[in-house]
Design a protein around this ligand. Structure first.
Ligand code: KG4
Ligand code: ZN
Length: 351
């Protein structure tokens, strides 16, 4: 089954053609990073306008790169939420309109589920993913521990009480005068730094909790930066590197501790990292150290699958459709094409 995926939940306009949830024929991403660099973050109105400009060319490019025409596409998948409403509406409207006019099944997809299914892309069929799996989803907008017992079945064990890990990376990058998005900049600076230079707080919360909190850590970095400004004026390269490394170590420590504890408690077969922050090399290495031989550790086969993309949306759509094909239809003409967009969409069963 060949699915065209569309993603526009935040600041990337993306389209991809994926076969059977695994084989990526094309994966086109029009990034707005340069546009949001000046403001140090995403301005929703600016992002939405850019999606309007990019969405049709990006879809055309995805078809061209896959060497396919609309006749080859069996269904259209689109991110329904969560995300920025004004951004979601553009993707959802485009996908619905294409589905109506081309007579294709429309498969709305949850964005976080998309990040989880990025780990299925390019997988060797001889090494299939085994359930149950414990998944850590870490992005700019979400930070969750999810127990996955089978396809499309997600149980939420914990989530962030304040900032997501990626958001903390972005805020710390801003404090240190680094670029947007912060994660890659902080992790690059951290490579030169000493992670033991500053003993930053690790919020484990009450005993047994699988929730996260990064606001205390962020405030501790803010205080360090203020003190350094008062003492030295300018922030030195050495300070930026050591502060980045100490911050990154604290974030990765808490994330991996909870991930491994949950994996043991629920006796899973595999442990997965998903979302933008799963591109972080220290997080991957620390997870490997702690998981080491006990569980199969997975993360995306390609770094471009970690951050927002449409291949992960097409992959999710495949596994959801396979499980319940009757849930999905060809949308009727005359429907409100943007109405599917849901900025607060949830996908979990309660524990
Ligand atoms: O999944 P994503 O593209 O968008 C959301 O759904 O939020 O994640 C973006 C987040 C940003 O906060 C970015 O700073 C972070 O992922 N990120 C990283 C790295 N690459 C991206 N954080 C830490 N280390 C990285 N290498
Ligand atoms: Zn995302």
């Amino acid at each position: 089954m060949i699915i065209l995926g569309i993603e526009s939940s935040c600041d990337e306009t993306a389209a991809a053609v994926v076969e059977d949830g695994r084989i990526v024929h094309s994966n086109v991403i029009a990034s707005q990073v340069a546009l949001h660099h000046e403001t140090g973050g995403v301005v929703p109105e600016v992002a939405a306008r850019e999606h309007v400009v990019k969405i049709v060319p990006v879809v055309e490019e995805a078809l061209n790169k896959a060497n396919m025409t609309w006749d080859d596409i069996h269904a259209i998948a689109v991110t329904q939420g969560p995300g920025l409403l004004s951004s979601l509406v553009i993707g959802v409207t485009a996908a619905s309109t294409m589905a109506i006019s081309l007579n294709k099944t429309l498969i709305p997809v949850n964005h976080i589920s998309g990040h989880i299914y990025a780990n299925w892309l390019d997988r060797d069929p001889a090494d299939p993913i085994q359930f149950p799996a414990m998944v850590l989803t870490v992005s700019g907008g979400h930070n969750e521990l999810v127990l996955m017992r089978s396809h499309a079945e997600f149980e939420l064990l914990g989530e962030t009480l304040d900032d997501a890990a990626g958001e903390a990376f972005d805020k710390v990058a801003r404090l240190l005068g680094l670029g947007y998005p912060g994660g890659p900049h902080v992790s690059r600076a951290a490579e030169m730094g000493n992670p033991e230079r500053y003993d930053l707080p690790r919020a484990h919360l009450e005993k047994g909790s699988y929730d996260f909190s990064f606001s205390g850590l962020k405030t501790a970095v803010l205080n360090l930066v203020k003190e350094e400004h008062e003492r030295e004026g300018e922030l030195s390269q050495e300070f930026i590197a050591d502060c980045s490394a100490s911050f990154q170590e604290a974030v990765c420590d808490v994330l991996t501790d909870k991930l491994v504890r949950a994996a043991k408690e629920f006796k899973v077969k595999e442990v997965h990292l998903a979302g933008g922050v799963s591109a972080n090399r220290r997080l991957r290495a620390m997870a490997e150290e702690k998981v080491g031989g006990k569980f199969v550790l997975r993360y995306a086969a390609d770094l471009s699958y970690c951050t927002d993309n449409a291949a992960m949306i097409a992959a999710t759509a495949f596994y959801h459709y396979e499980k319940a094909p009757d849930n999905y239809v060809i949308p009727f003409s005359g429907m409100d094409a943007g109405a599917l967009a849901d900025p607060n969409l949830r996908m979990y069963s309660k524990r």
